[in-house]
Write a protein that binds this ligand. Structure first.
Ligand code: SIN
Length: 520
C-alpha cells in the first residue's frame, strides 16, 4: 500500500481517488468543494459505443477525423475500446443515464457518425455524474482536503515526493509516493469561456515548474455556441444534434454552404464560420434557431438550458437565441503515455490537465468525460508498478520543436536584483490577460499578434510569492500558461484543428508533430 495524492475533483480525480482507495492510502485535494469542477457543468454527455448499430472502429475513425490528423492512434484505440466498460462503472456508481424503451437514449453531436452520446437528466449529465462520484468519494475516502490549493509538486532524486499546498493555515508539504494530477484545464485564460472560475490551469503550471513536459498547448477548442450574454452560458452541441440550425442576422443558414455536415461539422469549423459571420455583421452574434423542435421537446430534453435562457428573458421555443463562440477545452497539457504517466517518476496526469494525444488538434464532442474516466482507471492500474513510459504521443525524439520558457513568477525587482535583464513591469491583471488572449491568441491568430502578445506578457509578473492568496497563485499560473500557449502558437506555422493561423492558413502534413514546452 503506497501513499497516493489525487489533485482535483472532476470526473478524472474522483474516479482515480475512489479506485485507488481500494488498495492505497489516498488523500484527495481540491481547490474548492468536491462538486465544483468543469465536469459538473457538462451538458451534452459522454460518448461511448453502447449500441449494436455502432462500432468501436467507427468511434476511432470519428475521433481521428475530428483530431485533424494529429491524434495519437494508440490512445484513441484505448479510449474507444475501453469506453463501454467505463460506462458500466459509472452506472454502478449510480449514474442514471437517460433511457428510451429500456436502452440508453443516445444523442448525436458534431462529427459523430452515429448517435452515441449518453446523457442524464436531459442536459445535466455532468452534474449527475459528479453527484454520484462525490457520494462515492465521501463514503470511501478517509482524507479529503477541500479549499486546498496546489502550489507545487516536490521531487527527490527525480521522483515525486509529495505536493506543496496552501490552505487557510498557510503553506505545507504533504508527502506521497505517487501523485495523480486531475485538476482540469485553463478556460480562464480567455475573456469568454464556458468553463467555471476554478479552471486556472494550476495542475499544468505546478507540473511544469516541477519539470514536466507540456505538449500541444497551442491547440485550444472554442465551443461554437455559448449564449451571447455575460458568463457565456453553454448551449450544448446536442441541441444542433437534435436539429437546431444556425442563421445570421439576415436569417440565412450559412453552415450548409461551408461544410457537408453543416451545423454538425467539426467544432473548429463551426466556431470559425460563426466568427466570420459575426465580423461581417459588425460583431453581432449569430442566432441558434431551435424553434422547430417545439416547446415540450425543448423543456424535456434540455431542462437546464431552457431555464437558463428564460433567466435572460429569452423563449427559445419561439425565437432564435444569440450565440457566440467561447473557449471550451484545452487539447494540450502535461504530456503522458497511454497510462497517464508523465516524464517525472511517480507523477500521473489524467483528464483535461493531461495531453495523451487522444484529441489531436481538435477534440471530438463528448470524448472528454470518457477520456477522464478511461485514463484515470488506467493510471490507477499501474500505481506501484515499475515506472516505464509506454507509447506516448509527445515523446521528445519525435517532437517538431522544443520550446524552453522562463516563468516570470517573481516580481521584476527581485529578478533585476539577481542580475536578470528585465524591465520594471507590473503585477499581472487577470482581465487584461484574458482580453489579450481572446483578442490575439483566440480562434484566429497571426504571427504579429502572437509576437505582440509575447512582449506584453513578458512585462507582467506574479505577485510577491510570500504573501500570495489563491487568486494570486491563479493569476501567476495563468500568466505562465498564457506564455506557453502563445509561444507554441507562434512556433506552429500552419493551421490545424483548434489552431488557426491567418498567415499560414494551410495544414502542412510535415508539421504533424507535437511542440513540447518545458521549463528553461
Ligand atoms: C456540449 O454539450 O456541447 C459540450 C460537450 C463537449 O464539449 O464535449
Amino acid at each position: 500500500m503506497s501513499k497516493v495524492i489525487v489533485v482535483g475533483s472532476g470526473i478524472a480525480g474522483l474516479v482515480a481517488a475512489v479506485e485507488a482507495a481500494k488498495k492505497h492510502e489516498v488523500t484527495l485535494i481540491t481547490k474548492d468543494v468536491l462538486a465544483e469542477s468543469n465536469t459538473h457543468y457538462a451538458q451534452g454527455g459522454i460518448a461511448a459505443v453502447v449500441s449494436s448499430e455502432d462500432s468501436v472502429a467507427e468511434h476511432v475513425t470519428d475521433t481521428l477525423f475530428a483530431g485533424a490528423d494529429f491524434c495519437f492512434r494508440p490512445a484513441v484505440e484505448v479510449l474507444c475500446a475501453e469506453g463501454p466498460a467505463r460506462i458500466t462503472d459509472l452506472v454502478n456508481f449510480g449514474v442514471n443515464f437517460d433511457r428510451q424503451n429500456g436502452n440508453f437514449a443516445l444523442g448525436l453531436e458534431a462529427a459523430h457518425s452515429h448517435p452515441r452520446i449518453l446523457h442524464a437528466g436531459g442536459d445535466t449529465t455532468g452534474a449527475d455524474i459528479s453527484n454520484a462520484l462525490v457520494r462515492a468519494a465521501r463514503s470511501q475516502l478517509k482524507t479529503i482536503f477541500e479549499h486546498t490549493f496546489l502550489i507545487g509538486i516536490s521531487t527527490s532524486a527525480g521522483k515525486v515526493a509529495g505536493v506543496e499546498i496552501l490552505t487557510v493555515d498557510g503553506r505545507k508539504l504533504v508527502e506521497a509516493d505517487q501523485v495523480i494530477l486531475a485538476s482540469g484545464g485553463a478556460g480562464q485564460l480567455y475573456r469568454h469561456t464556458t468553463n467555471p472560475a476554478v479552471t486556472t490551469g494550476d495542475g499544468v503550471a505546478a507540473a511544469f515548474r516541477a519539470g514536466a513536459l507540456l505538449a500541444d498547448v497551442e491547440f485550444y477548442q472554442f465551443h461554437p455556441t455559448a449564449l451571447a450574454v455575460p458568463g457565456s452560458y453553454l448551449i450544448s452541441e446536442a441541441v444542433r444534434g437534435e436539429g437546431a440550425i444556425l442563421v445570421n442576422q439576415d436569417g440565412e443558414r450559412f453552415m450548409k454552404a461551408i461544410h457537408p455536415l453543416a451545423e454538425l461539422a467539426p467544432r473548429d469549423v463551426v466556431a470559425r464560420s460563426i466568427q466570420t459571420q459575426m465580423m461581417a455583421q459588425g460583431g453581432q452574434p449569430v442566432l441558434l434557431d431551435a424553434t422547430a423542435l417545439g416547446e415540450k421537446f425543448l423543456e424535456e430534453r434540455f431542462p437546464s438550458i431552457t431555464a437558463a435562457t428564460r433567466k435572460y428573458g429569452l423563449n427559445w421555443a419561439k425565437q432564435p437565441i444569440p450565440v457566440t463562440p467561447a473557449a471550451h477545452y484545452w487539447m494540450g497539457g502535461v504530456a503522458t503515455d497511454i497510462w497517464g504517466r508523465t516524464n517525472i517518476e511517480g507523477l500521473y496526469a489524467v483528464g483535461e490537465v493531461a495531453c495523451t494525444g487522444v484529441h489531436g488538434a481538435n477534440r471530438l464532442a463528448s470524448n472528454s468525460l470518457l477520456e477522464s474516466v478511461v485514463f484515470a482507471h488506467r493510471a490507477v492500474a499501474t500505481l506501484d508498478e515499475k515506472w516505464e513510459i509506454a507509447a506516448s504521443h509527445a515523446n521528445l525524439e519525435n517532437a517538431l520543436q522544443q520550446i524552453e520558457i522562463v516563468e516570470n513568477l517573481a516580481p521584476k525587482r527581485d529578478r533585476q536584483a539577481a542580475g536578470e535583464a528585465t524591465t520594471a513591469g507590473q503585477v499581472v491583471d487577470r482581465v487584461e490577460l484574458q482580453t489579450l488572449m481572446w483578442d490575439n491568441v483566440g480562434l484566429a491568430r497571426t504571427g504579429n499578434q502572437l509576437s505582440a502578445t509575447q512582449k506584453a506578457l513578458a512585462d507582467w509578473h506574479g505577485a510577491e510569492e510570500s504573501g500570495r492568496l489563491f487568486t494570486d497563485w491563479e493569476d501567476a499560473n495563468l500568466l505562465l500558461l498564457a506564455g506557453a500557449v502563445t509561444s507554441a502558437a507562434l512556433a506552429r506555422e500552419e493551421s490545424r484543428g483548434g489552431h488557426f493561423r491567418l498567415d499560414y492558413p494551410q495544414t502542412r502534413p510535415e508539421l504533424a508533430k507535437s511542440i513540447i514546452v518545458r521549463k528553461a
